[in-house]
Design a protein around this ligand. Structure first.
Ligand code: ZN
Ligand code: ZN
Ligand code: ZN
Length: 416
């Protein structure tokens, strides 16, 4: 793959240089021309640095691809590579003024017709553009040399103060047990009990967990309210990452709901939620809650069992067994199974006579995951049906009952 990418980039470079040096401009451009050229250059420049998700990425045409061709990650430690990437991206974006002034210098240079101006009056200042170009290039080089030594960066200042982090980072990255989140194409977060690592094209920080404070960002909460009804993947939390170290600048990251909940399970100190904010549940949690609410209206099932033979939930083996599947629907209820656009009636319920009991969470999950849950049909999930995990017989939501235990004497024969 890398060789294909390399080929593509070399081709683009050769083509670019060839096109640039073989230009022969004869006519004066209109304002519309110039403005559209500038717009195209600007769009191309920033599309490379901030590629639309999955689009340019698939083609290997993002700035990250170019970076990974120039710098082979096998030759660098994780930290060096992350720093080089941030450096590369910042310098690239800073090259924008040079690109724009370069466009004007180039146009002037390759105009071959005598007494013809390449640019309309407002832009027609050859020496000014040349001056701007030279200053931009000098500025760019100066900027590069200024930030080049990344050991001076605040993130690396931290490594000086806490040298043990340096070894910790490599261990965390290479440990398959590490909890990883891919926030976007090239933005990764690695979290263990001891370390927090964030690496993107624009930022790299690796700190001990005790120096990080994560908090739901209340300043950006309203956006979450707006997208609450979108698909689950669009549900995101803004998490403010604060550091106990003054020279590390706080920043905000966007975390998908499910990652938010998983991350919270790892952290010793959970993500702080300001009091006036309610964290939206995931769709699964929401539906599970709804499921339990609905089955409370069903009749209760009396389960006769010896106290000594009372097992936990058959599925998870840890929660209390308080749910029984037993056919009690009439078959007259409006029930549907959602398959894409076509609505098919569910198969008829059958008599499940299995002994095992379940907990609320497991039976809700078993039922809900059998339904097609998308934006349109997720509120209809309760009309579907599922199969008993042990006997594969069909049951519907009306066949799910809470259990009242009727404990029988130890020597009696149990029956349900
Ligand atoms: Zn369970
Ligand atoms: Zn069964
Ligand atoms: Zn049923």
């Amino acid at each position: 793959m890398i060789s294909v990418k390399r080929g593509t980039w070399i081709f683009l470079f050769v083509l670019g240089v060839l096109t640039a040096i073989t230009c022969q401009f004869q006519n004066t451009l209109t304002y519309l021309h110039v403005i559209s050229h500038l717009a195209i250059l600007t769009a191309a420049h920033f599309a490379l640095a901030f590629p639309p998700e999955e689009l340019l990425d698939g083609l290997g045409l993002t700035l990250y691809d170019l970076f990974s061709i120039i710098y082979d990650h096998r030759n660098y430690s994780y930290i060096d590579y992350a720093a080089k990437r941030v450096l590369f991206f910042n310098v690239f974006v800073a090259s924008y003024p040079a690109l724009i002034s370069g466009y004007f210098v180039h146009g002037q240079l390759f105009t071959t017709a005598i007494n013809t101006r390449r640019f309309p009056e407002l832009f027609d200042h050859p020496w000014l553009w040349l001056l701007v170009f030279v200053i931009s290039v000098i500025g760019l080089v100066t900027y590069y040399y200024k930030i080049r030594d990344y050991t001076q960066w605040p993130a690396f200042q931290y490594f000086m103060d806490h040298p043990e982090t340096l070894d910790g980072v490599e261990t965390v990255i290479n440990d398959p047990e590490t909890f990883r989140i891919r926030l976007s194409q090239r933005t990764h977060v690695y979290v263990t009990r001891n370390f927090f690592i964030y690496s993107s094209n624009w930022r790299f920080v690796a700190v001990r967990m005790i120096d990080v404070r994560l908090q739901v960002d209340n300043t950006r909460m309203p956006m979450i309210m707006n997208i609450q009804d979108e698909e689950e993947r669009l549900r995101a939390m803004f998490i403010k990452v604060n550091f106990n170290v003054p020279y590390l600048a706080p920043f905000t990251m966007t975390l998908r709901q499910d990652y938010y909940h998983q991350l919270n399970e790892i952290l010793e100190i959970p993500i702080f939620v300001p009091p006036h904010i309610t964290v939206p549940m995931t769709i699964m949690e929401e539906l599970k809650e709804d499921f339990v609410h609905r089955i409370r209206n069903n009749s209760r099932h009396t389960h006769r069992v010896k106290r000594s033979e009372k097992d936990p939930c058959f599925a998870c083996g840890s929660e209390e067994n308080i749910i029984k599947i037993s056919k009690s629907c009439t078959g007259e209820e409006q029930r549907l199974l959602f398959h894409d656009i076509v609505l098919n009636p569910t198969p008829n319920c059958e008599n499940c006579t299995c002994r095992p009991l379940w907990c609320c969470g497991c039976i809700a999950q078993i039922f809900i995951t059998r339904q097609k849950i998308d934006n349109i049909s997720r509120y209809e999930y309760h009309r579907g049906s599922a199969k008993c995990p042990t006997c594969r017989k069909t049951f519907c939501i009306r066949d799910v009952h809470f259990v009242d235990f009727d404990y029988i004497a130890e020597e009696e024969e149990a029956s349900t």
